[in-house]
Design a protein around this ligand. Structure first.
Ligand code: ADP
Length: 419
């Protein structure tokens, strides 16, 4: 056991004090009584200081009681601690005030919930979005105030990786939940009604325009075909070019309609298991017959677990194989394979063709994005193939992964995570 220097000092003082009392007492012939009185006085002095300490602790302030000996040291240490605590409390209050001020100004509804889903705090935007009332709704369970079944299921599901889009009083809301501390949640929601409406308008416009264009272009290509058969040598070249372009336009329109259909139609669900062996053999045979021996196309597959739409996945893999054929020089190889790891299943389409520069990869699935417009046109591309693949994979909760090296080749992998 180590004694602090102030305790050692205190013990020396006590010894001196008792010796002093002993000397005085011996002088009057009452040595032991004097020592006893000295000890009693010493205890009373400690009790007095203890009382002052308790009073100060009950109402701490900057003025600590004046004291001597070990008590002076104790009061000094407590005073320092008090000052430090006050400093950090002030800093925390300032941060909290700043946080509240900024969340008050946020256009997003922000709500703090405790582990029982009871509201602890909310900002003014929550009053507008959810009709919460200050004073009244703090302490209430949020599922008693926002009674949307989707919202309640999401909140109780405890899986907040993806945000939730749900309807609330004629509004479309996007909700994010972040858990923090011990079972506390921060909810943030915003109104996306306008954005959804604009998206719908854009989709409707593209879908309507494509449908409107389909008939005149089909009529035109019919007439051009007739013209092709009956025109003289001088006009043959321009008529052939017009025919090629109308065929291209027909293809673009068909793919735009396909995209619009994928965006607007509801998904049939992910509980239908796909016969992947049949599907992959089907697209493989189709690619081999279209390729007519220009490439070495191989297939190495094992059954993998994928749920969803057979037709849609068939379209996606067929688009990837068509691209591989298109962008791989003759005699190159193309491989269709499958694999599985602990997280999900994969379908890979690999080629040793042109490859794609790193800077293009993140944009490949955008509509009409091409690495080389001339080359894509020349090969009969529309710039929509990978956009369709992405849309289909999104609907299946799957992801398109692309690895590529210029002049070495590309691997497109469709990753279907296990749910
Ligand atoms: P496109 O109809 O032009 O092929 P896609 O959306 O299918 O449009 O593909 C977008 C672009 O990605 C293509 O223009 C092409 O440059 C590139 N690409 C796609 N697949 C491959 C591939 N297997 N190898 C090299 N480039 C590819």
């Amino acid at each position: 056991m180590t004694f602090s220097s102030s305790l050692q000092h205190e013990l020396s003082l006590l010894t001196l004090w008792l010796i002093f009392m002993l000397v005085i007492g011996s002088f009057f012939g009452i040595a032991m009584t004097a020592v006893f009185v000295g000890l009693l006085g010493y205890v009373v002095w400690h009790l007095y200081n203890l009382n002052r300490l308790v009073n100060w602790l009950n109402k701490p302030s900057n003025n600590t009681p004046e004291a001597t000996g070990i008590w002076d040291d104790a009061f000094f240490q407590l005073h320092n601690q008090y000052k430090r605590q006050r400093g950090s409390r002030k800093r925390l209050t300032k941060i909290l005030k700043q946080f509240q001020k900024s969340t008050k100004a946020l256009p997003y509804a922000t709500i703090v919930l405790n582990s029982n889903n009871e509201i602890e705090w909310f900002n003014p935007a929550s009053k507008i979005l959810f009709g919460l009332r200050s004073g009244l709704d703090v302490g209430q369970r949020i599922d008693n105030l926002i009674r949307q079944p989707e919202f309640i299921k999401y909140l109780n599901g405890n899986n907040f990786k993806k945000p939730l889009e749900f309807d609330n009083q004629n509004q479309k809301l996007l909700l994010n939940v972040t858990s923090y501390g011990q079972g506390q949640y921060l909810l943030s929601a915003r109104d996306i009604t306008q954005r959804i409406k604009l998206d719908e308008m854009r989709r409707d416009f593209i879908s309507n325009a494509s449908h409107e264009l389909r008939t005149p272009i089909t009529v035109m290509s019919g007439y051009i075909e007739t013209l092709q058969n009956n025109c003289d040598e001088i006009n043959k070249y321009p008529v052939d070019k017009i025919y090629q372009q109308t065929i291209r336009m027909e293809k673009i329109i068909a793919e735009l309609i396909e995209l619009a259909k994928l965006e607007t139609s509801s998904f049939i669900g992910t509980n239908v298991q796909i016969d992947t062996i049949a599907l992959l053999n089907e697209v493989y045979n189709e690619a081999v017959s279209l390729d007519q021996g220009s490439h070495d196309i191989t297939i190495e597959i094992e059954p993998i677990k994928i749920n969803g739409s057979y037709e849609e996945i068939r379209t996606a893999i067929s688009n990837l194989l068509t691209n591989a054929v298109r962008y791989t020089p003759d005699n190159g190889f193309i491989k269709l394979t499958t694999s599985t790891d602990s997280t999900g299943s994969y379908i890979h389409v690999e080629d040793n063709g042109d490859g794609i520069g790193y800077e293009h990869i993140s944009r490949l699935t955008e509509r009409f994005y091409r690495v080389d417009e001339g080359r894509s046109r020349e090969k009969g591309g529309t710039g929509l193939g990978l956009a369709i693949v992405k849309q289909i994979l999104d609907r299946h909760g799957a992801v398109l992964q692309i690895e590529s090296e210029i002049n070495k080749g590309t691997v497109f992998s469709c990753y279907f995570p296990f749910t």
